[in-house]
Design a protein around this ligand. Structure first.
Ligand code: FAD
Ligand code: NA7
Length: 594
């Protein structure tokens, strides 16, 4: 099969060679390393295909195409069972470690090429990609009910109990604010406008139902077997899975991708699991939660507190220490100030010590006792108590110990830059991975690229640096890169120039919203031509604003690049093209009202 550019291109020709041969060696007749590799495969009694590039008229172009596909130009360039293995040293090493035989066994004696445990953001992405590359794939997804019995369909946290319902409830809150503003713009809105929890909840749950269905259809179309069952390892190629009727099946695979995600944590205090709920219950709660206490100052807590308050509920947030650990603390405090200004109560520093039921009902009534840092007691009555005190990875009950996959003391799985666990055929992606951003697009990217590297010709790795994110609090907060305190710790204050400004969105002027709540900050590294290493925006539509700047930061944008960019007027984001006050100067950034 001579490689003929033009008949689909060299890359496709290479791809054909790779997928049509269990072992494919791109070689040169004169290369001693190629000879070594060919002798190895001969000694293993493995049939292999060789393409001698020095005997091809377009050998050099093929090498260039191989470089693009694999990142390697040199020969030998070896592929086993569709996967790129590398050069001579890589091949000899893989042989020594028994990996070549493992790769060759792939798919021959197992039920599946790949089993994915967890049908959430990461797991679905990995399974669909692998199936698209011709592999036989199964996904096991099972939701253990919450202590009050809430459960949900296929798609994982984001779709069912995370990003999607959260953003839609945030939208409900924004619409409520919009109604208040509307009067100032001439709309004759009745003074008392009521929010109906059940109408909103039902509409959101209907949408989620359609997404669950859509995922099932996608898996069916891609010929991925979906098992609604809880999987657990028996050995490194076998899982058993139990469905909700208690029926058990056993399935084997060559590779496994772990993508089990996390579940909310409960505090170890009396009444927590009996009377408290978490975000896993909130979004489908059949009744309006009423007067609500949120425990924890995570983004989940502040976001839920924000939208519940905007729906007219009495909301208190109990904070153990700081707001939004891990985020820029100046901005975290500004978020808290704004929420407090709107009427959310903050109790801090304080932790709950017990919850007692006072009344049954939907909602019921509970007395919460807590302890302030100084030993003083807190007590108040609430209709609903929501714990948002962190999430634990779902790694403790799937038999990882049987196959030797290591976890850290908190249950997260350490992975290398290619999502390898310490066990050769087992990979991990998404929220269960140690030290990676716990975000849907990160899990999706990791799943997609991993499947591509395993079964396609992909070489690309997930870039976990400068991942943009947004906290959907009443005043949205978008950020990329370093928090100010982290940048100072890493580079030193003298190496940084921090540009900042308050801004007053035009839409807020007529609406008479606060003049100085919105804020923008750029953290720049002086020795690198003021390269922007931290981007922070607090204001409306922060998510929409932040995404594009993430591209700029990937490309290494400097403050001068921001300055040279022409703004879009009148917008909030144009602020980033005109920032000239540094923190060092001490100059005032407050907007003066007219
Ligand atoms: P998940 O999506 O959690 O999927 C894991 C799946 O595996 C689940 O269905 C689980 O039940 C199943 N499972 C676990 N163990 C087993 C087993 N043994 N057998 C079978 N199935 C199993 N991210 C954003 O990017 N933007 C946001 O705005 C955002 N908002 C969020 C709001 C909230 C309230 C929460 C809780 C999270 C939010 N996230 C957000 C985070 C995002 O949801 C997660 O990062 C993402 O869902 C992680 O995907 P994953 O594939 O790792 O796991
Ligand atoms: P985080 O970021 O770990 O935040 C947990 C918050 O809860 C934080 O404010 C903690 O305070 C607080 N906390 C923790 N334990 C307690 C107890 N026992 N009592 C009171 N308050 C407590 O969790 P998230 O849920 O935000 O994040 C995990 C992932 O979930 C996230 O990345 C998303 O993917 C969704 P502290 O600051 O430690 O004093």
């Amino acid at each position: 099969m001579p490689p003929t550019p033009g008949s689909g291109g060299l890359k496709e020709t290479i791809s054909d060679y790779v997928s049509n041969n269990k072992v494919m060696v791109f070689s040169k007749t004169t290369c001693p390393f190629c000879t070594k590799v060919k002798e190895l495969f001969k000694s293993l009694n493995v049939s292999f295909q060789v393409l001698e590039l020095d005997q091809q008229a377009n050998g050099s172009e093929i090498q260039n195409a191989l470089l693009e596909i694999t990142g390697q130009r040199t020969v030998p360039n070896v592929f086993v069972a569709g996967q790129h293995l590398g050069g001579c040293d890589d091949t000899l090493k893989a042989h020594k470690e028994g990996r070549i035989q493992q790769m060759l066994n792939m798919g021959t004696s197992y039920d599946y090429d790949l089993i994915v445990i967890g049908g959430g953001s990461g797991g679905l992405a990995a399974s669909k990609e692998a199936a698209g590359l011709g592999k036989k794939v199964a996904v096991f997804d099972f939701v253990k009910p919450t202590p009050i019995g809430t459960t949900w369909g296929l798609g994982g946290t984001c779709v069912n109990v995370g990003c999607i319902p959260k953003k839609l409830m945030h939208q409900a809150a924004l619409l409520g604010h919009g109604l208040t503003d509307a009067g100032k713009f001439g709309w004759e809105v009745p003074e008392k406008v009521q929010h109906n929890w059940t109408t909103m909840k039902d509409a959101i749950q209907d949408h989620i139902g359609s997404l669950n269905w859509g995922y099932r259809v996608q898996l069916r179309d891609k010929k991925v077997d979906y098992h609604n069952a809880y999987a657990e390892f028996l050995d490194e190629h076998t899982v058993k899975a139990v469905n909700k009727k208690g029926q058990e099946i056993k399935k084997t695979a060559n590779h496994f991708v772990l993508a089990m995600g996390e579940r909310p944590r409960y505090p170890d205090i009396p009444g927590a699991k009996e009377y408290g709920i978490t975000s896993d219950d909130l979004f489908s709660l059949p009744y309006c939660p009423g007067k609500t206490l949120l425990v924890g100052a995570s983004y989940v807590s502040l976001e839920c507190g924000g939208f519940l308050h905007a729906m007219g509920l009495n909301v208190t947030i109990m904070v153990r220490s700081i707001l939004l650990r891990g985020f820029d603390q100046q901005i975290a405090e500004k978020i808290g100030d704004f929420m407090e200004l709107e009427g959310v109560k903050f109790i801090r520093p304080c932790v709950p010590t017990k919850i007692e039921k006072l009344e049954d009902g939907q909602p019921g009534k509970y007395r919460v006792t807590g302890k302030y840092d100084d030993g003083m007691e807190f007590t108040d009555e609430f209709n609903t108590v929501i714990f948002a005190i962190g999430r634990d990875p779902c790694t403790s009950t799937i038999g990882l110990e049987k196959v030797g996959v290591k976890t850290n003391k908190n249950g997260f799985i350490p992975v290398d830059e290619e999502e390898n666990t310490n066990v050769t055929n087992i990979y991990a992606i998404g929220d269960i991975c140690e030290g990676k951003p716990e975000l849907t697009p990160v899990a999706i990217q990791a799943g997609r690229l991993l499947a591509n590297r395993l079964y396609g010709l992909g070489k690309e790795r997930t870039d976990y640096i400068n991942v943009p994110t947004t906290v959907f609090t009443p005043l949205e907060y978008g950020c990329i890169g370093y928090a100010e305190e982290d940048a100072i710790k890493k580079f030193g204050e003298d190496k940084l120039e921090v540009y900042h400004t308050n801004f007053w969105p035009l839409e807020w002027t007529v609406a008479k919203r606060p003049e100085n709540s919105c804020y923008a900050k750029l953290i720049c590294l002086i020795p690198e031509k003021e390269k922007v290493i931290g981007f922070h925006v607090l204001g409306p539509n922060a998510g929409e604003i932040t995404q594009g700047y993430a591209v700029a930061m990937r490309l290494g944008a400097t403050k001068a690049d921001f300055d040279a960019t022409i703004g879009i007027h009148p917008t909030c984001t144009e602020t980033f093209t005109t920032m000239n006050v540094t923190k060092r100067s001490g100059m005032d950034t407050q907007q003066a009202g007219c």
